[in-house]
Design a protein around this ligand. Sequence first.
Ligand code: T5A
Length: 221
Amino acid sequence: MTAARGRFITLEGGEGTGKSTQARILAAALETRGVKVRVTREPGGSPLAEKVREVLLSGLAQPLGPQGEAALFAAARADHVRETIAPALAAGTWVICDRFTDSTRVYQGAVGKADPRLLRALDRVSVADTVPDLTLVLDVPPEIGLARAAARGKGAAADRFEREGVEYHAAIRAAFLSLAEAEPERCVVIDAGGDVDSVAARILSAVTTRLPLPAVAGAPA
Ligand code: T5A
């Protein structure tokens, strides 16, 4: 018997909103409920895409402009989908991905002004039908997110995107909110302010409301 396709959940939002932290916590919560989970991230998530990540976050590709960077993000994404995400979903594993194509729409599209026709064409090639079942948009004011990211990376150099100013990150936040408003059937905005546990509770509630969990004997409801 073939396994039912797994569910595909993406976490989106600005820097330091807590996506990586919450991806791990959500995975653990789902696993205690009997769900097999794979956590992954973008850019990256497959050996080749992790190499492209280094190029993108170092700023080496910045002279290519938002369209060139979008093409690189999409190339990495195509490999990530083919090598990691699609096989896991096909095996019935749920995939939690820290950033996905909405990040390209926001960073390179809404804010970078890359041609939306180009982004749609890149999506057709890199994402095709591997569309998220649920996208959680983690939302905090950029000052808070950047302070969290800086506190975590003490001593390490900021990456190419973290080096942008607060106004840039305010535009990123607004673009994520407007994207979520435009696609309410797929997206839920999560207030990511407050402590880690409170945010985790909001996320678990959104996930279990939107996506029925497979019934597993003995698992907590
Ligand atoms: N990008 C990416 C594009 O431009 N286009 C694309 O298509 C894609 C896919 C990726 C960069 O690439 C850009 C966007 C990004 O700029 P990244 O390093 O993966 O680079 O960047 P982020 O995803 O932003 O990663 P961050 O680590 O900065 O943010 P997270 O994952 O949201 O935050 P997290 O969980 O690492 O937490 C940061 C710190 O805050 C603490 C954590 O312990 C950690 O120290 N924290 C909290 N502190 C207090 N209260 C809470 N509720 C907290 N939650 C977490």
